[in-house]
Ligand binder design. Structure first.
Ligand code: ZN
Ligand code: ZN
Length: 274
């Protein structure tokens, strides 16, 4: 399994040169399975480059590409109108939020709303590709290509889902936009158990978090605590605050690695092969 980071920023994209090292695009990750098939986690602004790369590499998975969303806050869906493969009528995409106790409104209406002509010139139904919108009330699913998915809801403003994805004997856990309210959430630890790679929200420092309780995010120390408790082999800290520039994040990464050597701050363009 290969994980490619196309957007590692949280909240809003940033375009300042002081942010180029870690990247300014919002949440989006490409997962390439051992079969060569791909899936996408979140559709933040990083999905624009991801789509361009799929076309550049002549990726021909026309039958179905899953776009799995943690939730529908703007920074996780706003890149979708600029996702070029979605304008190709040969292609099918399944856009889903999986997990028990469905959150938010109807997914199709959320995507259609952000493409209403007040906001964008092309409506969703005119993009071209076929879209299947799914909000299954499930915690576990296995697709015909041997990819297993486990979903678990966690605390965030309006809630969000974390995913455990297993394929080819490897395990990826994606857990962003998570707030650990009364100590570390045991469900997040359980979801992350023995993961080969855990991608976890680390928007704040512990000091910042004191001021931002209830904002729906974690500090890097909590991400490390989850990784340690779960026995994760690698930890990618993710969803960087738009006010944290490269100097700030480089220093934060050094602190993290002093405390937990397998941790790194995800940078746009990073690839991790499990
Ligand atoms: Zn977010
Ligand atoms: Zn959010």
């Amino acid at each position: 399994m290969k994980i490619t980071f196309y957007g590692t920023r949280g909240s809003i994209p940033v375009a300042d040169p002081a942010y180029f090292k870690f990247g300014g695009n919002t949440s989006c990750i490409l997962v390439t399975f051992s079969t060569g098939r791909v899936a996408i986690l979140d559709a933040g602004t990083g999905i624009r480059n991801l789509g361009n790369d799929l076309l550049k590499n002549s990726h021909e998975q026309y039958d179905n590409i899953s776009i799995i969303l943690s939730h529908t806050h703007w920074d996780h869906i706003q890149g979708f109108p600029y996702f070029e493969p979605a304008y190709d009528s040969r292609r099918t995409f399944t856009i889903s939020i999986c997990g028990k106790e469905r959150i938010g409104k109807d997914l199709k209406s959320i995507f259609a709303t952000q493409m209403q002509n007040d906001f964008f010139p092309v409506p969703l139904e005119k993009m071209g590709a076929k879209f299947i919108f799914l909000q299954p009330n499930i915690t576990a699913y296995e697709n015909p290509w041997g990819v297993k998915l486990l979903a678990s809801k966690h605390s965030h403003r309006g809630d969000a889902y974390g995913y455990r994805i297993e394929e080819g004997g490897k395990t990826l856990v994606y857990c962003t936009d998570v707030e650990h309210k009364d100590g570390i959430d045991p469900n997040v630890v359980e979801l992350s158990r023995n993961a080969d790679l855990l991608i976890h929200d680390s928007q704040y420092t512990a000091k910042e978090l004191e001021m931002k309780k209830g904002w729906g995010h974690s500090c890097w120390k909590q991400a490390i605590e989850v990784a340690e408790k779960a026995g994760a082999k690698k930890l990618a800290l993710f969803h960087h605050d738009p006010d944290h520039n490269d100097t700030f994040l480089s220093n934060m990464e050094k602190e993290c690695q002093k405390r937990y050597p397998p941790a790194f701050l995800a940078r746009e363009g990073d690839e991790v092969v499990l």
